[in-house]
Design a protein around this ligand. Structure first.
Ligand SMILES: Cc1cc2nc3c(=O)[nH]c(=O)nc-3n(C[C@H](O)[C@H](O)[C@H](O)COP(=O)(O)O)c2cc1C
Length: 406
């Protein structure tokens, strides 16, 4: 073979190897598999593969929101002559460490799951009676692995399908920029306020604050950005939060939980690039979290706060979660996008844990203008500029336990 032909052949082979390597890497990193695989099956099988009886409610619970997608729940389904019963347990092993030292956010996530089950109960023809276990949130002892937080007693009832039930598989946390040209219509804000009033049966303990004026939004934005920077500057918080970020596609499919780049709100091009490139340092990741938070804040026409009277009362934390789930499902039916931005309440807990001055709690009190209301959950809302993608979910087998003594 002539030298020139040999060189051509070698170059062509090298290009083939590089292209093949790139294609293989893109498959391996899930570039072409967004939203598919075992981690996403619960979204697909929600209707098609519906189990009999009360277990059908658990299928809806799985699709609820949870902090960092930790899915910190275990369900126990029993039946007796009185009817069926579902005990809801906090899986305290799935905690967020210094990001959630009192497991307050964990309880909010459990409230979200409870709300989905109540909606599913109606759709399945059950009458559900909910009992929330009393309790005060403290730093959990190291040997605690689960704790019951709620019980649903189910008896036969009228079958009806609430509109919010149909929204369960369509709800997504939308982290992309929102349309700044469109402010949230006053009627939509009024409906949200009404929803919160209905949900807060006990008006004295749960309240929704909507922040829409320029000064209110500015105060929230500046505070949330500062809280984000404070979290990044706190090595323990950053480390504990990072544990729930899944950078490997294989790991995501195995764990079926945690936060992944596909749900970041970035475009397909940017997500693909991030997936293909070697993993970046934690510092780079943290800086991009600050940047994306800034974009989120700058493009939000409104923010909201769910406040309770006692930040560390367990039932109030669960009720706040129930309200959030309702609000987010309702927004889904209206084409509104939402994203929790909970850095401020997270900093309130961290300052308390470290015995520091409660400066974040004081800032939040300026926003509610009533220090007796303690914001436990913060979010943004607006009209989407792009659709959000689903997050991973664990299968029903992983979260339902056999009989356990209470
Ligand atoms: C108590 C709580 C706090 C949350 N805090 C944040 C947050 O600060 N930023 C964010 O982007 N998402 C936050 N989320 C949303 C979750 O990350 C999200 O529900 C989870 O990743 C599952 O995704 P999905 O809601 O699209 O199903 C929070 C959710 C809950 C229940």
């Amino acid at each position: 073979m002539k030298r020139r032909s040999f060189l051509k052949l070698t170059a062509a082979s090298a290009v083939t190897v590089v292209v093949a390597g790139g294609v293989w890497r893109s498959y391996d990193r899930g570039v072409w598999s967004t939203g598919t695989g075992p981690a996403y099956e619960p979204w697909e099988t929600w209707r098609t593969d519906r189990p009999e009886g009360a277990l059908a409610l658990v299928r809806s619970a799985i699709l609820a929101s949870s902090p960092h997608n930790t899915q910190p729940w275990i369900f126990q389904v029993t039946s007796s002559q009185q009817g069926e019963q579902i005990n809801v347990y906090a899986d305290t092993r799935r905690h967020l460490g210094a990001m959630d030292p009192y497991l307050r956010e964990m309880r909010i996530g459990l409230g979200c799951a409870v709300e989905n089950m109540l909606l599913a109960a109606q759709a399945e023809g059950y009458r559900a009676q909910l009992t929330l276990d009393p309790g005060t949130l403290t730093q959990p002892p190291a040997n605690l692995d689960s704790q019951r937080v709620a019980t649903l007693n189910l008896s036969s009832g009228q079958r009806s399908t609430p509109a919010l039930y149909d929204a369960i598989p369509n709800r997504r946390t939308n982290r992309a920029a929102y349309d700044l040209q469109r402010s949230v219509a006053p009627e939509a804000l009024a409906s949200l306020a009404a929803l919160a009033q209905d949900q807060a049966e006990d008006q004295a303990k749960l309240k929704l604050f909507l922040l829409v004026s320029d000064p209110e939004r500015q105060r929230f934005s500046e505070g949330t950005l500062a809280a984000t920077e404070a979290i990044v500057a706190d090595p323990t918080m950053s480390h504990d939060g990072d544990r729930w970020f899944r950078s490997s596609w294989q790991d995501l499919q195995k764990q079926r939980s945690g936060v992944h780049i596909d749900a970041s709100g970035l475009s397909w091009m940017m997500r693909s690039l991030v997936k293909m490139l070697p993993s970046v340092s934690p510092e780079t990741q943290h800086q991009s979290w600050i940047n994306s938070t800034k974009t989120a804040l700058d493009t939000s026409p409104a923010f909201g706060l769910i406040a309770v009277r006692d930040l560390y009362d367990q039932p109030q934390a669960l009720q706040a979660g129930q309200l959030w789930q309702q609000i987010h499902l309702w927004a889904t039916t209206q084409g509104l996008a939402m994203q929790p931005l909970n850095q401020l309440p997270e900093m309130v807990d961290r300052e308390r844990q470290l015995g520091k001055a409660p400066q974040t709690a004081e800032l939040l009190a300026q926003m509610t203008q009533d220090a007796s209301w303690k914001p436990t959950f913060a979010f943004r809302l607006g009209y989407p500029t792009s659709a959000a993608l689903a997050s991973a979910r664990r299968p029903i087998e992983d979260i339902v336990m056999g009989a356990k003594p209470t």
